[in-house]
Ligand binder design. Structure first.
Ligand SMILES: Nc1nc2c(c(=O)[nH]1)N[C@H]1C(S)=C(S)[C@@H](COP(=O)(O)OP(=O)(O)OC[C@H]3O[C@@H](n4cnc5c(=O)[nH]c(N)nc54)[C@H](O)[C@@H]3O)O[C@H]1N2
Ligand SMILES: Nc1nc2c(c(=O)[nH]1)N[C@H]1C(S)=C(S)[C@@H](COP(=O)(O)OP(=O)(O)OC[C@H]3O[C@@H](n4cnc5c(=O)[nH]c(N)nc54)[C@H](O)[C@@H]3O)O[C@H]1N2
Ligand SMILES: [Mo]
Length: 768
């Protein structure tokens, strides 16, 4: 259902199903995709095909029929669009003019076709030759007195091969400044899990889903963000597995699902119920909930012990594999219930019921997304979930384990390749041995620290390998100011976005091939490798004709910049870029688990990386799975805000709509939540709205409450009554990013707390 008029209309159909198929047709029409390119949809996530750039969910079976996914089609169609933002387009528009357009409008201009340089005299981007662009970057990088004055961002679509070359180049240049999208995404997972189970990755594969009897889904909206996961969940539900969604919102995709690949369901109007239980903490309430469940598991075990019944704890696992249990249990025992109930926003009976479900499960998988990772206490969330599974030995056995669900299709692989601002000594030693240069040992800057450093004038050059830094990052006006203070900003991109328009004194746009496009080097087709959310590494081959003959691959662009900056040092960049299997041979020399890379990745479906925690090998300081104690935070930003302004303070979660891919807005609808033709809405509980004396549909301004008293406002949003817990509101990212203070980052991992922003609502000022 698409509408020309903005509207709010509840959606009462199952997720996916005919609604999804219709959207596919609409998408292909809108992007005017050349029919000759349609066959590519059949090649998505197939052997010999390309890895879908949509999300990092793995493929059940590479040889199966077409893995259908509405949002995968949107991602692919957005890349295959026949629209072009070519040199003529940039000749027609000044940057100031383009800045006046919405992100949705910018996206509509289509694919970038030529390397461009910013011309301040005309306020336009003009064509530049590739070699001149590389020379300009090299000149600026070499002119910096200290390599730490440059920062190198990576978004998670970048292939392993490009990411590996990129980190090698940047370290040979002399810095570990590697902000990446992961800093804003699953950083709490990547930093939190090493402290408990040793490895920051999933301990499960899809085969475990086929065996699990209990699934706990924390803070995830798979119907929109990982639609192929629904197929897996449907099979679990049909087998009778218990599926619990822990989410302030009852997301449609977790209620009912019609599989577009099942003719029976499509024709029969059938659908499968997914979640049997919905637990709805308040936004940011998961930590208290998890701690409560853990406390109850301990109580259940005490009772079982007293009654001579089978234990609820896995005492053998705890004794044989874990460290720190005594202190952990003591902390749970002294924790009072009342604060857990208050902070979680979940009734005691429900906490106990969730503990019962978990305590009965024999094979339990816990999955999680941004609902756990984008809070001040995100690391505590992840570690408490890990503690909980460890209590019952639900890690490293079939059908059970930890399952962080990553976002970008190769965000996990990029980190594996060394896109890491805090690299380990072992990895740096290895680079030194293999390449004979001394890599920088100082830790580098992440996203938030990069913005801070730019604002202080300490970072002068920004290089973005993909992504849309200015819109993805928090505190938009300050991030904009930061980029504008740079001497040079470079964006390697497929499509126009705001990061091209908010630029440094000098600026370059370097247009690149997308994942779906054929990558020929000296006439030979190249594949690139990616690692999915469950650690499967496989090859991806583009099949479409590139959007423009001038495009270069990310590998070629990185090699070009590296050679211009460093010459053929420490590797012959141009030679490596001629044949990507040569890069894979380099990766095999340095990165653990990639031995014999070329041969192993050639197998159908690729290979699974060794994940030590899956094998119950614990790469922690103690050599054991480590229980970690965390206390409730009595002084969170929300507490502080409520002390100043009382219960009028609401906590805002910024979420994705069904028609966006991160900062890319495909269309203005959010079908499953019933929003059409607009994005400027705030979902609110009717009682909270009434308490504020506001009418349904009223226009409001949102103001952040933060200690620094810097004004942070987004104006003119419309209130929509919604089934959301009291005290919580939700609105779309990236429009609400100006509300996220830079300093509002997660403890220990720096992720912007974009799911828990204390805000005040007030009637919109006239003219807003
Ligand atoms: N189509 C599409 N696919 C995508 C993306 C996209 O934008 N569009 N983005 C990709 C990327 S990079 C990522 S990281 C993933 C993101 O995928 P998700 O993790 O699903 O991302 P979000 O939509 O940000 O938020 C997920 C859920 O968190 C819930 N939530 C909010 N606050 C809380 C809380 O305090 N506790 C709990 N338990 N839940 C909470 C929200 O209600 C929402 O359902 O998807 C990837 N796939
Ligand atoms: N408030 C708030 N902020 C958030 C989030 C949130 O939930 N709330 N989520 C955070 C999360 S989870 C993430 S991952 C980040 C996302 O941050 P980013 O990864 O920086 O953002 P994207 O919107 O995915 O980037 C889109 C751009 O990437 C370029 N692009 C697309 N494909 C390719 C390609 O193959 N190669 C290259 N070189 N470029 C390409 C296109 O030009 C496109 O405009 O945002 C974060 N920001
Ligand atoms: Mo993400």
């Amino acid at each position: 259902m698409s509408r020309s008029q903005p509207a709010i209309q509840p959606y009462d159909h199952p997720a996916a199903g005919w609604g999804a198929l219709k959207q596919v047709a609409v998408t292909l029409l809108r992007e005017r995709v050349d029919p000759a390119k349609l066959k590519m949809l059949l090649a998505q996530n197939q052997p010999e095909g390309f890895d879908c750039p949509g999300c990092a969910w793995p493929d059940r079976n590479h040889a199966s029929t077409f893995e259908f996914c509405e949002n995968g089609v949107k991602a692919v169609a957005a890349e295959a669009t026949s629209r072009r933002a070519d040199a003529a387009f940039f000749a027609r528009h000044t940057v100031a003019e383009l800045l006046g357009q919405s992100d949705f409008e910018l996206e509509q201009h289509g694919r970038l076709t030529d390397p461009l340089v910013y011309d301040p005299a005309s306020d336009r981007y003009l064509p530049i030759a590739w070699d001149e662009a590389f020379a300009l970057i090299a000149r600026e990088l070499r002119a910096l007195p200290d390599p730490d004055q440059a920062s190198f961002y990576t978004s998670g679509r970048t292939s392993n091969e490009a990411a590996y070359l990129f980190q090698l180049f940047v370290r040979a240049y002399g810095t570990n400044n590697f902000p990446d999208c992961s800093n804003m995404c699953h950083e709490a997972t990547s930093r939190g899990l090493p402290g408990t189970v040793g490895v920051g990755k999933a301990t499960v594969t899809l085969d475990d889903f086929a065996q699990a009897d209990t699934l706990l889904l924390f803070g995830q909206n798979p119907g929109t963000n990982h639609p192929r996961m629904l197929g897996e969940l449907r099979d679990c539900a049909r087998r009778g597995a218990t599926i619990v969604s822990i989410n302030p919102l009852r997301e449609r995709g977790l209620e009912r699902f019609t599989d577009p690949q099942s003719p029976l369901e499509m024709l029969g109007g059938g659908s499968t119920s997914i979640s049997s239980v919905f637990v709805r903490p308040r936004v940011g309430g998961d930590f208290a909930l998890l701690k409560g469940v853990a406390k109850r598991v301990l109580e259940l075990d005490d009772a079982a012990l007293a009654a001579g019944a089978p234990r609820v704890l896995d005492v053998d696992f705890i004794a044989g594999h874990c460290s720190g249990f005594e202190a952990f249990a003591a902390d749970l025992r002294q924790q009072a219930w009342q604060p857990l109930v208050e902070e979680s926003g979940v009734e005691l009976e429900q906490i106990l019921a969730l503990a019962d479900i978990y305590g009965r499960g024999q094979r339990v998988i816990a999955t999680w997304g941004m609902g756990l990772t984008q809070h001040k206490h995100a690391m505590a969330n992840v570690q408490m979930l890990s503690n909980l599974l460890m209590m019952r030995g639900q890690i490293g056995k079939p059908g059970a384990g930890l399952c962080p669900v990553r976002g970008h299709s190769n965000v996990q692989g990029d980190r594996t390749m060394g896109i890491e601002e805090r690299p380990g000594a072992q990895f740096l030693d290895r680079l030194q041995q293999v390449y004979g240069f001394a890599p920088p040992r100082r830790h580098g800057l992440d996203v938030v620290a990069t913005i801070d450093a730019m604002l202080r004038g300490q970072v002068r050059v920004f290089f973005g390998l993909g992504g849309n830094f200015v819109m993805a990052a928090p505190d938009t006006p300050r991030t904009m100011q930061a980029l504008r203070q740079c001497e040079l900003t470079v964006q390697v991109s497929t499509k126009l976005n705001r990061s091209h328009l908010v630029h440094g004194r000098q600026a370059l746009i370097l247009p690149t091939l997308g994942r779906t496009e054929r990558d020929l080097q000296r006439g030979v087709e190249q594949g690139v490798s990616v690692e999915d959310s469950m650690c499967q590494v496989h090859l991806s081959f583009g099949m479409n004709r590139p959007a423009s003959p001038a495009l270069r691959s990310e590998v070629a662009i990185v090699a070009g910049v590296a050679e211009a900056t460093l010459g053929a040092r420490p590797v012959d960049w141009a030679w490596l870029a001629q044949d990507y299997s040569r890069i894979r041979d380099e990766i095999a020399k340095v990165i653990e688990g990639f031995e014999d890379f070329n041969r192993r990745v050639a197998a159908e479906g690729g290979f699974h990386l060794h994940v030590a925690s899956r094998e119950r090998q614990w790469l922690t300081a103690s050599g054991k799975a480590q229980f970690v104690v965390h206390a409730l935070d009595p002084d969170s930003p929300l507490h502080r805000a409520r002390r100043r302004h009382g219960e009028r303070v609401l906590v805002l979660a910024t979420i994705r709509s069904h028609d966006q891919y991160n900062t890319t807005v495909y269309a203005l609808n959010d079908r499953y939540r019933g929003v059409y033709g607009r994005r400027d809405v705030v979902f609110i509980h009717p009682a909270d709205r009434q308490a504020l004396g506001l009418a349904e549909g009223a226009k409001v301004d949102l103001d952040t409450v933060w200690d620094d008293d810097v004004p942070r406002r987004v104006p003119g949003f419309t209130l929509v009554d919604y089934d959301i817990p009291r005290g919580c509101i939700a609105a779309y990212y990236p429009e609400t990013n100006p509300l996220v203070p830079l300093a509002s980052a997660a403890d220990g991992c720096g992720t912007p707390a974009s799911k828990s922003i204390p805000v005040l609502l007030s009637p919109a000022r006239a003219g807003a």
